[in-house]
Ligand binder design. Structure first.
Ligand SMILES: Cc1cc2nc3c(=O)[nH]c(=O)nc-3n(C[C@H](O)[C@H](O)[C@H](O)COP(=O)(O)OP(=O)(O)OC[C@H]3O[C@@H](n4cnc5c(N)ncnc54)[C@H](O)[C@@H]3O)c2cc1C
Length: 383
């Protein structure tokens, strides 16, 4: 059974998928349980993925990347997350925030900041969420004020992937106080060794433990004016557009996790005996497996459709939000059912299903909690 088959994957993305699968089998699966237990940044796996040319692969070829499109990145995401979500997140977020600089930044910014990430010499990150809110993008309070030829940042960011490990971040900050609250935000490139930038890891997590997020404090952190990305006041809209891309890929996180949960369920029930037979012979168990398959295939079909819609800029917000919601909730649902089918053994901490069960709690939250996705789906439904 190959749940992540090539069926819905367009021809041009199949090579990337094959590379990601080979890498995941050789380099992620063997260390997944150990990395989960350690809860440390998986530097060795990241370096191996860089050697395999699977990190920052969406950055343009002329800068040293591979110019992968959304479908190629989705194909990689499914495979990485099937092998391990924590490691998968680390590999996929090594260039987080770069897409915004690529789309809205200047040529100088591309050379100075994107090229080193594309060439795997540096790591980046995207700092949007704050301790007091992650959902309300127009309610964030970290500010950037112009002072001569510099911007001065003050405030806090929370949950930021690579806040400690990255060389620079794309930071979302408030630059105005207009009545139109969506026009008050801008994006900045901030080097993490700047004065006034302090970051520490957030407390230990129960899921995706091989990924690291940080709490950042900006205390009169000065950045040169040329580090503004795009136009002043354009940050909210840039981010909203960027998230359509990200949400399709996060749907892939859910699909990879869901595939892992189903694989574990199938393997377990075909081996476990009870009442003189294998438990897969009970029709009640067969129906659970049938429902898991149906939900998974529905989610995956939707997710790949959404990838195409986003690529073609055809009502992307609606499709991306639906794909993210359906795929990540399918992962929660099938992980729960798979746990039940494992009986008492489900809760052994070192079991893959127990790891998956904890990891699935996260994609329903990040890249916008699913309640926010539902708001977007309703608002963008073609009527
Ligand atoms: C592992 C991990 C990695 C992350 N990586 C990053 C990163 O790299 N960069 C970054 O900037 N952020 C990152 N985040 C943050 C993530 O985007 C936020 O956690 C998410 O947007 C939700 O924000 P919050 O946690 O502050 O929840 P809140 O905004 O406080 O919301 C809490 C809950 O309230 C409900 N809710 C809130 N608003 C509404 C509404 N309008 N309608 C209905 N219900 C609502 C939802 O149930 C929601 O889950 C990461 C988070 C995690 C867990």
């Amino acid at each position: 059974m190959d749940l992540l088959d090539e069926g819905p994957v367009p021809e041009h993305a199949r090579e990337a998928k094959a590379e990601a699968r080979a890498f995941a089998e050789a380099e992620i699966e063997p260390v997944a349980a150990e990395q989960y237990a350690a809860g440390e940044y998986p530097w060795d796996v990241l370096e191996a993925a860089m050697d395999a040319d699977l990190v920052a692969a969406d950055l343009p070829e002329e800068l040293g990347g591979r110019g992968f499109d959304i479908e190629q990145i989705l194909a990689i995401g499914e495979e990485f997350f099937r092998a391990d979500a924590g490691i998968g997140l680390t590999l996929m977020l090594a260039s987080f925030g770069c897409e915004l600089v690529e789309q809205y930044g200047t040529e100088e910014q591309h050379e100075q900041y994107l090229r080193p990430v594309a060439q795997n010499d540096q790591l980046s990150g995207l700092a949007v969420s704050e301790p007091e809110t992650g959902s309300d993008l127009a309610g964030m309070t970290t500010s950037a004020e112009k002072d001569g030829d510099e911007w001065v940042l003050n405030g806090e960011k929370y949950w930021v992937g690579n806040a400690v490990e990255a060389d620079w971040l794309t930071v979302y900050a408030k630059t105005g106080d207009r009545d139109d609250r969506y026009g008050n935000y801008s994006l900045f490139i901030v080097e993490t060794d700047s004065e006034g930038y302090e970051a520490e890891h957030i407390p230990e997590k129960m899921g995706m433990r091989a990924s690291k997020q940080g709490h950042i404090v900006f205390d009169d952190c000065r950045v040169p004016e040329e580090n503004l990305v795009g136009t002043e006041g354009g940050g909210f809209y840039a981010l909203a557009d960027f998230f359509n891309h990200g949400r399709v890929v996060v749907g892939g996180h859910g699909l990879g996790l869901a595939a892992a949960a189903i694989e574990e369920a199938e393997a377990f029930v075909h081996e476990r005996e009870g009442f003189g037979r294998n438990i897969n012979e009970f029709q009640a168990v067969q129906h659970i497996l049938a429902d898991m398959q149906t939900e998974f295939q529905a989610a995956r079909t939707l997710n790949w459709r959404a990838a195409r819609q986003v690529k073609e800029h055809d009502n992307p917000g609606y499709w991306a939000a639906m794909a993210k919601t359906k795929s990540t909730e399918t992962a929660v649902d099938v992980a729960e059912r798979s746990m039940q089918l494992h009986g008492g053994r489900s809760i052994f901490a070192d079991r893959r299903i127990a790891r998956v069960y904890r990891d699935v709690r996260i994609p329903v939250i990040y890249e916008g909690a699913n309640e926010i996705q539902r708001n977007l789906i309703y608002r963008q439904t073609p009527r």
